[in-house]
Design a protein around this ligand. Structure first.
Ligand code: CTP
Ligand SMILES: C[C@](O)(CO)[C@H](O)COP(=O)(O)O
Length: 228
């Protein structure tokens, strides 16, 4: 039997509505280049990754101008939700030869602070695991539930709570089956795998691996990227 390979899959087909950027946030310039270029540069520094597949929207007209000469795999197979974009990317990876047992590391284009050593730590922690796992950060703040009017409805016990990040690393066959079952309701790969009764491994990482989501996040990302 050959050793399983490691593939990265980067969903980059979102519109970035919450960012208020007026364009898909993955193309917003931060510290001199588009957010997506930072993300892909970090993945390119992980020698164990056999290939990285970028998943774009079928309507994307920005990629080639934003990342001229990009030599990795690109597919315009994004869908209406993140889960559908990841499923489109998984099908494309299978078409390009990824086997059931190969590992797929799904990483948000919007987590542009990614560091290669965090990806290596995830692979080291999960490559002999039966299920797979994800980067995550234990919740350090007191956790509140709120209502539509912005008032607290409860204080939630934070002791066993983690904030899920990406990459999330699962076998291609398993994660494809899991996402097909849970569909668009899956906000990450781990939740789809959990719905099959499995327990992904939590691999502790830094809060610096945050997802650029809100308008103010661009400035924070810029500062961190300029002082890497
Ligand atoms: N239909 C979608 C929605 C999201 N994503 C990707 O999934 C990642 C995480 O999603 P999020 O941060 O929510 O991005 P957007 O969906 O673009 O943002 P918003 O929800 O504010 O519109 C991003 O890299 C985004 O491009 C995707 O590939 N396809
Ligand atoms: C996958 C993820 O980044 C883990 O925290 C997150 O669930 C993506 O959520 P979004 O709704 O696409 O912002």
């Amino acid at each position: 039997m050959t050793n399983p390979r490691f593939f990265a899959l980067v969903p980059a087909a979102g519109v970035g509505e919450r960012s208020g950027a007026g364009m898909p946030k993955q193309y917003v310039e931060i510290a001199g280049r588009p957010m997506l270029a930072h993300t892909l540069a970090a993945l390119a520094e992980v020698p164990r990754l056999a290939q990285t597949l970028v998943v774009l929207s079928p309507d994307d007209e920005r990629f080639e101008a934003a990342l001229p000469g990009y030599a990795g795999w690109v597919a315009r197979v994004g869908g209406a939700s993140r889960a559908e974009s990841v499923l489109g990317g998984l099908a494309e990876l299978r078409r390009r030869g990824a086997a059931d047992d190969d590992w797929v590391l799904v990483h948000d284009a919007a987590r542009c602070l990614l560091r290669p050593e965090w990806v290596d730590a995830l692979i080291d922690a999960c490559q002999h695991d039966a299920v797979g796992g994800l980067l995550a950060q234990p919740i350090a703040d007191t956790l509140k539930a709120g209502d539509a009017g912005g008032r607290v409805t409860a204080t939630v016990d934070r002791r066993d709570k983690w904030a899920a990040q990406t990459p999330q690393m699962f076998r291609a066959g398993l994660v494809q089956r899991a996402l097909a079952v849970l569909g668009a309701a899956a906000t990450d790969e781990a939740s789809a795998v959990e719905a099959l009764g499995l327990a992904p491994r939590l691999v502790r990482t830094s809060m610096a691996n945050f997802k650029v989501t809100w308008p103010e996040d661009f400035e924070l990302a810029r500062r961190l990227l300029e002082h890497k």
